[in-house]
Design a protein around this ligand. Structure first.
Ligand code: AQP
Length: 329
């Protein structure tokens, strides 16, 4: 089975990225052949950005993934822009994607807002490039958080439309969305997801954040009305913290409810903060150790790009051939 997933290099990675996606990347190394992960710098150019910062953040995102447990012998980790097949396949797949489909994507609508006519065309094309990322490897499974469900549906539609029009060429992938922690919420505004661009500073916990600061943020988290520590529709803040602690402890939310039955909100929030800080500490420490080792990180990424190209190039050649692009092979 082939696993593929991509992660943006824009901004510091947060607890939502870690629980919703990165933990599953690490686990994927044990079950996939191969597990392929990509830092999507081309996606990072679809919004306003600084070129030097994009380059630095790309390396830092790689360092964070390595610190979290990705190993060069057990996975393929590379930078999207290093493998040109992604951009080419994106263009080829645009022929089986309609403007209407792209205009309906919630992420595009949220990010473009009222400026829809002024945002980059790249933002509209974001899901087509994401489809190309995955389909170029004939991946079967895509580990992502809940917010990517719609993009997974679109890439499935694109693969199906391509196969129908040009003959069986692409694998139709499945999303792998975690049952607990698929949508980690902002600690201050738990009706929203924790987010790089849309979150509150005090409600967003970063993977490389100092432990004392993490504890402080959990202590100040919004805790809903009432006093019971249970998962409930009308308790988005407490439910969120129950899920986070369940993932950190490797137990179920019901176990957490049982363990904290009768505790007050204050004690619960402090316990979650302290446990999450301790849980993230080894990744943070390793990240700080390796993040400035540019040559080592670049070596890891170069090796990954070489392996990725070897898989993607023949797939894109098949797509070109099926579409009548270029000479007959
Ligand atoms: N709050 C979340 N809970 C669970 N999973 C999440 N993911 C993102 N937010 C949550 C998952 O993380 C992976 C990487 O996401 P990305 O490449 O989109 O990176 P990002 O831009 O840093 O993530 P954000 O926060 O989602 O950015 P905004 O909100 O600014 O667009 C994906 O698998 C995603 O599902």
């Amino acid at each position: 089975m082939v696993i593929f997933s991509g992660i943006q290099p824009t901004g510091r990675k947060h607890l939502g990225n870690y629980i919703g996606a990165i933990l599953n990347y690490v686990k994927g190394q044990d079950k996939a052949d191969p597990a392929i992960y990509c830092i999507v710098d081309l996606h990072g150019t679809t919004v306003q950005y600084d070129p030097e910062e994009l380059r630095r953040r790309t390396r830092e995102t790689a360092a964070l993934l390595i610190a979290a447990g990705l190993e060069p012998e057990r996975c393929i980790l590379f930078r999207q822009g290093d493998v040109q097949e992604h951009a080419e396949l994106c263009w080829l797949l645009s022929s089986v994607t309609s403007v209407g489909q792209l205009n309906r994507m919630h992420q595009f609508r949220d990010k473009a807002g009222a400026a829809r006519d002024r945002v980059s065309a790249g933002l509209l094309f974001y899901p087509v490039l994401m489809a190309a990322d995955v389909l170029a490897y004939r991946a079967h499974e895509v580990p992502v958080g809940e917010d990517q469900r719609e993009h997974i549906e679109l890439m499935r539609d694109v693969a199906e439309a391509f196969n129908k029009r040009f003959g069986e060429t692409l694998v139709v992938p499945e999303g792998n969305i975690p049952t607990v922690g698929a949508r980690v919420r902002d600690l201050k505004e738990p009706e929203r997801k924790m987010s790089t661009t849309g979150g509150t500073p005090q409600g967003t916990v970063f993977v490389d954040e100092e432990p004392e600061s993490i504890v402080k943020k959990f202590k100040k988290a919004v805790a809903d009305s009432g006093s019971e520590i249970v998962v409930a529709e009308d308790k988005p803040g407490i439910s969120n913290m129950i899920e986070i602690l369940a993932v950190a402890r490797g137990v179920t939310p019901a176990d957490i409810e049982r363990d904290f039955a009768g505790s007050g909100y204050g004690a619960f929030k402090t316990a979650v903060g302290e446990e999450v800080a301790a849980w993230l500490a080894p990744t943070r420490e390793r990240f700080l150790e390796i993040k400035d080792d540019t040559s080592e990180i670049e070596r890891f990424l170069e090796l990954g790009a070489e392996k990725a190209r070897a898989i993607a190039a023949p797939v894109v050649a098949d797509v070109r051939e099926a579409m009548g692009v270029g000479p007959v092979r």
